[in-house]
Write a protein that binds this ligand. Structure first.
Ligand code: FES
Length: 117
């Protein structure tokens, strides 16, 4: 079981960065979004030009509707589906990493092994 972070470390409606080192695989640099007890993890790479979504360590932008906004050029993503719904890469998607919440911790699930490169 690979722990990503503690659920309580993510403000409800917010996001944090999480770096996850793994055996024999590249490290993951994730944007982990929380909606209540639900958590969604995305590779912290914008599909527009490949930049990180945040503008400073653990500082992400959100629209008033709770959508995640790339700090570089303003692409807007649904925090729960990763779909870009506005900005320069509309229709593209963030790449997801499968996570679950278990005993107050966000963990990578077995599916996450096949959902990244
Ligand atoms: S790199 Fe994210 S909108 Fe351009």
């Amino acid at each position: 079981m690979q722990i990503v972070c503690k659920l309580e470390s993510i403000e409800d409606g917010g996001a944090i960065e999480a770096r996850v080192d793994r055996d024999n695989q590249p490290s993951l640099n994730l944007a982990v979004c929380r909606h209540g007890d639900q958590v969604f993890a995305w590779h912290n790479i914008c599909p527009h030009q490949g930049r990180a979504l945040n503008f400073a360590p653990n500082r992400f932008l959100f629209t008033p509707e709770g959508q995640l906004m790339c700090a570089a050029h303003g692409a807007v993503f649904e925090a729960d589906t990763g779909l870009c719904v506005g900005g320069p890469c509309r229709g593209a998607s963030l790449r997801g990493v499968a996570v679950a919440v278990q005993n107050g911790e966000v963990i990578l699930t077995a599916d996450s092994e096949t959902n990244d490169e």
